[in-house]
Design a binder for this molecule. Structure first.
Ligand SMILES: [Zn+2]
Length: 257
């Protein structure tokens, strides 16, 4: 039995992109029989890219960061994920594509590979969540000026080592460029640009514009590139607006229309 596969197109009119991998049998009695599919739900509207760096946008792929009340006695990192927007490896790949870190070719290849190796894909997804929390705590240590945990630094270095090992210097016409190793067929390809982005930003030498949104149950991170360094919110339309509404309510005033 020969199995062929294709991707059903997204329904862009609804804004809800359902990428389906469909395997079809081509034997006489089984033509068109569906033998498997991967549903990579990707509602692009739920992912906002307001961090100013891929690693910060990755940290912001959660609804918010909350306080871990079970961590009594230890430092309060506020590193509990609230309303996670990433539920699976396919979500992670979808997010990376939305953030411009993976092209269409890579996205399709990774989803096909995940279909063949679901357990390995689940493990990479776990690594992704750990990497995200690690990056979050490292940046938070910069914002709040405390010494980062060595364990977090070690883990980022581990992922960075894998990423660097998959960089390839390639020739593009008359010049040379860094590319990712495309021959690897590696499910963790999705993590490489994230580890590199976080390390490069941390080592950039100037993190004075790094901020954390003060919105309730938000905690998103961003680079404040405003001229007078006055940005307080991840997005004026969300946390900024909510804060404005609360301010007016406290004063017993009506919001201006
Ligand atoms: Zn916010």
């Amino acid at each position: 039995m020969q199995v062929t596969s294709y991707f059903e197109p997204c329904n862009l009119s609804t804004g809800d992109c359902k990428l389906r991998w469909v395997g079809l049998t081509s034997g006489k009695s089984n033509v068109g029989k569906r033998v498997g599919f991967m549903d990579a739900r990707l509602n692009e509207k739920k992912f906002k890219l307001v961090g100013g760096s891929p690693s910060l946008d990755f940290v912001n792929s959660v609804g918010g960061w909350g306080v871990n009340r079970e961590k009594k006695g230890s430092r309060n990192y506020s590193d509990t994920v609230l309303r996670d927007k990433l539920d699976s490896y396919a979500d992670l790949v979808g997010w990376a594509n939305h953030a411009g870190l993976l092209g269409e070719y890579e996205r399709k290849q990774l989803l096909l590979l995940a279909e063949k190796k679901p357990k390995a894909a689940a493990l990479v997804f776990k690594r992704g969540l750990r990497l995200r929390a690690t990056i979050y705590r490292l940046f938070k240590s910069v914002i709040e000026d405390w010494r980062a945990d060595q364990a977090d630094l070690d883990y980022l270095n581990e992922e960075l080592h894998v990423a660097r090992g998959n960089e390839r210097l390639t020739r593009v016409e008359k010049s040379f460029r860094w590319n990712w190793n495309r021959d690897a067929e590696a499910l963790d390809h999705v993590l490489w640009p994230l580890a590199l982005s976080a390390a490069e930003l941390l080592a950039s030498g100037d993190l004075s514009r790094l901020r954390q949104c003060g919105g309730e149950e938000c905690g998103w991170l961003f680079l404040d590139t405003s001229r007078n360094r006055s940005r307080q919110w991840c997005d004026m339309k969300d946390c900024g607006n909510l804060a404005k509404v609360r301010r007016f309510r406290r004063r017993g005033q009506q919001l201006p229309t």
